[in-house]
Design a protein around this ligand. Structure first.
Ligand SMILES: CC(C)(COP(=O)(O)OP(=O)(O)OC[C@H]1O[C@@H](n2cnc3c(N)ncnc32)[C@H](O)[C@@H]1OP(=O)(O)O)[C@@H](O)C(=O)NCCC(=O)NCCS
Length: 158
């Protein structure tokens, strides 16, 4: 498995992954394409052979020196093998290369697998956002601060 930046030619595979992982709540093709194309966003793909088995969609705010994780998804058949964790680490590496001092995300308060993935990697719940995903569906806002003196810059290899 390698992790590399996704590009326009990955759109069909990324949309298939969105459908499998998020169903009706998937991002639209317009939104995914924007994540792939914009200068302040990027998409990482976990690739096994010819297949994209995971993705992470990210936003970088230069002004706030913040990296935001909009989504991480892994195909059902490949879960609990560390791929989500590897995608998260590569997002953080990319944010650090762009000098972010803080990583953040929102996650549905009932999404135990994702909350465990993030809390196990140093993210802390800073706020509960009421009805963020619709009536009665709250989100946790989670954050991880980077100590600039301990930054480990790794250059993306894939
Ligand atoms: C959340 C998700 C990305 C995790 O991907 P993954 O590749 O299975 O994650 P990892 O194998 O790296 O797991 C890392 C840790 O997260 C936690 N975790 C992951 N899945 C879990 C589950 N089903 N139940 C409990 N804890 C879980 C565990 O602590 C795990 O460590 P461990 O396996 O050593 O116990 C995956 O479940 C997914 O795609 N879910 C659907 C999409 C989604 O909700 N994304 C997050 C919101 S944007």
């Amino acid at each position: 498995m390698i992790i590399r930046q996704a590009n326009e030619s990955d759109m069909p595979s990324l949309m298939k992954l969105e459908e499998e992982c998020f169903g009706a709540e998937r991002f639209s093709a317009e939104i995914v394409r924007a994540f792939v194309e914009r200068d302040d966003t990027f998409v990482l793909a976990a690739v096994e052979g010819d297949d994209i088995i995971g993705s992470a969609m990210c936003i970088v705010s230069d002004l706030r020196r913040e990296g935001r994780i909009a989504s991480i998804a892994v195909v059902i058949a490949a879960r609990r093998k560390g791929i989500g964790s590897k995608l998260l680490k590569e997002c953080e590496n990319a944010f650090q290369i762009q000098a972010a001092l803080k990583f953040s995300l929102e996650v549905e308060a009932t999404n135990e697998p994702a909350i465990k993935l993030y809390s196990g990697n140093g993210y802390e719940v800073k706020a509960t956002l009421q009805d963020f995903y619709g009536p009665g569906r709250n989100a946790y806002y989670m954050e991880k601060n980077v100590d600039p003196t301990k930054r480990e810059i790794k250059v993306h290899s894939a």
